[in-house]
Design a binder for this molecule. Structure first.
Ligand code: HEM
Ligand code: HEM
Ligand SMILES: [Fe+2]
Length: 483
């Protein structure tokens, strides 16, 4: 009977809290995409919503929603995996739940303020209450402080549970890395009038997040997920994890030099940035090899055993997203990042659509993918499903979003290429050249294709949400019918 199906099999409150974070994350992801579509349309029809909802606002909400949904999904993933790894309930799950609501309400207020107070003077008061004006992390200071409090509660929960429960290698890396990840947020909380100094510190958050601490974070998620989904051997996965940590921090930290080429910092950053950031793709290749190696190995084992039990893949959609992650991280961050990381190249590509192309492919490839994979893991646990198979909707979701983002990346690359050749090389990067280049057909066609591919991405997102809402129940029914 339909009604008698039990849909909540989670034993731990911490895991339920993780699912709450996932729900908000996916809503914010949808908001992010809608804002992106508005901003992309404004590239084609600049007067669209002029002085009602300007490009600057649509773009700001687009990228802030991006960061926030990812942080929600990251916290959700940790709360979800903690009981599995430590063997116990998160010690402060009650206060964790209160913190969840505080954070969600704060984010809602901040977004409403962005939308309703779009322009005005920049003063000390607006830094506190409206917007701090720092790309990706524009939250006003009151919200900044609130975020720190919520994150402290979260971190205490992770740390105390780790100390009390079983201490796995994965959790050890998680606990150490989260401290660095949260600590770096502090370097983006003050605003200085000197733009060089301001950018110097701002990159400590942005670069050291996405190219060091967030990368290590997804390494721990992948390690956890591979053990759960394909029964990968813990010793092997953890060994890879330690190697990746070493390499990521080795190249990622000084790789920050690639943002210090032209912002008024000393010229020795050219050499440092060139060398270390050029090494950054190396750990990303290692992560790629790692996932595929484990996958191939475990599949071989499952086939050898021949009974489909134990090691066989038990969550199709999650695995598909994690493999896409391994590939996307390597392509979007590693290859696309390497394209423009040497100062000799970057002097031409800096701040063109080349950068936007890389920004989309990397954030999607390295982070959106694995976080969506974690949501599928959560659904599997929530419904207590032994083998979750891909549905038609799962396939459409992953295919269309991935194809759409790849398409956007290629379209933007073409616009960026035109900017490099015309605006930078031929016309000498003047203010006038900037506008001339944006009116040429290659640029405009690139922007048109980005918009079309953005719609493809959005259709994929609708399939994804539809799947997330239905796959659990469907799989559960199939499972009960079999039993
Ligand atoms: C998942 C990891 C990564 C993410 C999410 C990411 C994302 C981004 C984003 C969003 C920007 C634009 C920032 C802005 O608004 O100014 C950017 C810039 C840049 N990224 Fe990455 N990135 C990643 C990894 C890498 C790697 C591994 C490299 C080099 C090998 C790299 C090289 C660069 C360079 C050189 C710039 C500056 C572009 C410019 O001068 O305009 N990135 N990245
Ligand atoms: C419906 C699909 C999407 C559309 C139409 C879209 C459109 C846009 C537009 C118009 C901008 C402003 C670019 C500029 O200032 O030149 C932008 C920036 C950005 N978007 Fe998207 N976007 C979409 C999806 C995504 C996704 C899925 C991600 C990542 C997961 C993402 C990450 C970013 C980032 C990081 C930036 C800042 C890039 C930079 O400063 O270089 N977007 N997007
Ligand atoms: Fe960077």
């Amino acid at each position: 009977m339909l009604a008698s199906i039990k849909t909540h099999e989670l034993k731990y409150e911490s895991q339920k809290l993780g699912m709450m974070y996932f729900r908000v994350a996916i809503i914010l992801f949808g908001a992010q995409l809608l804002m992106g579509l508005i901003a992309a349309f404004q590239f084609l029809v600049p007067g669209f919503l002029f002085e009602i909802f300007d490009f600057s606002v649509a773009r700001m909400v687009h990228i802030n929603a991006l960061v926030v949904w990812m942080l929600f999904a990251m916290i959700g993933s940790v709360y979800y995996m903690i009981p599995d790894e430590t063997g116990i309930e998160a010690v402060g799950v009650k206060i964790g739940k209160i913190a969840f609501w505080v954070l969600t309400v704060a984010v809602t207020i901040v977004v409403l303020v962005y939308i309703f107070v779009q322009i005005g003077a920049g003063t000390e008061a607006t830094i506190w209450f409206i917007n701090e004006g720092r790309e990706y992390i524009e939250a006003p200071r009151w919200a900044d402080i609130g975020i720190v409090v919520v994150v402290l509660i979260f971190y205490w929960n992770v740390f105390a549970t780790f100390m009390k429960g079983k201490q796995t290698g994965i959790m050890m890396v998680m606990v150490a890395n989260l401290m660095a990840l949260a600590g770096l947020y502090l370097t983006g909380m003050f605003f200085t009038d000197n733009i060089s100094m301001d950018q110097f510190w701002w990159w400590w958050v942005i670069h050291l997040w996405v190219e060091a601490t967030w990368e290590v974070f997804v390494g721990t998620l992948a390690a956890y997920a591979l053990i759960k989904i394909i029964g990968a051997k813990r010793e092997i996965v953890e060994m890879w994890l330690w190697i990746e940590v070493l390499m990521l921090f080795g190249s990622g930290v000084l790789g920050m030099g690639h943002h210090y080429f032209w912002i008024g910092t000393p010229e020795y950053w050219w050499e440092i940035g060139a060398l270390f950031s050029a090494l950054e793709p190396v750990p990303l290749v290692a992560m790629f090899v790692h996932v595929l190696y484990d996958w191939g190995k475990e599949q071989g084992l499952a086939e050898a055993e021949g009974d489909g039990s134990g090691h066989a893949l038990n969550n199709g959609p999650a695995m598909a997203w994690i493999v896409t992650n391994a590939f996307g991280n390597f392509l979007g961050a590693g290859v696309w990042g390497f394209f423009h990381t040497l100062p000799q190249v970057n002097i031409y590509t800096h701040g063109t659509q080349f950068t936007a192309s890389h920004g989309h492919l990397s954030f999607y490839g390295a982070y959106a993918t694995i976080l969506i994979g974690m949501m599928y893991m959560g659904l599997q646990g929530t419904y207590g499903i032994k083998h979750m198979k891909m549905t038609f909707k799962s396939k459409m979701g992953i295919f269309l979003t991935t194809f759409g983002v790849l398409g956007m990346g290629v379209a933007l690359l073409i616009s960026g290429y035109e900017q490099v050749l015309v605006e930078r090389a031929e016309l000498g990067a003047t203010w006038n050249a900037f506008f001339v280049a944006q009116e040429l057909p290659w640029y405009i066609q690139g922007q048109l294709w980005r918009f079309i591919m953005g719609i493809v991405t959005f259709v994929g997102f609708i399939y994804l949400v539809w799947d997330l809402l239905t796959i659990g129940k469907q799989a559960k029914q199939a499972q009960e019918a079999k039993a």
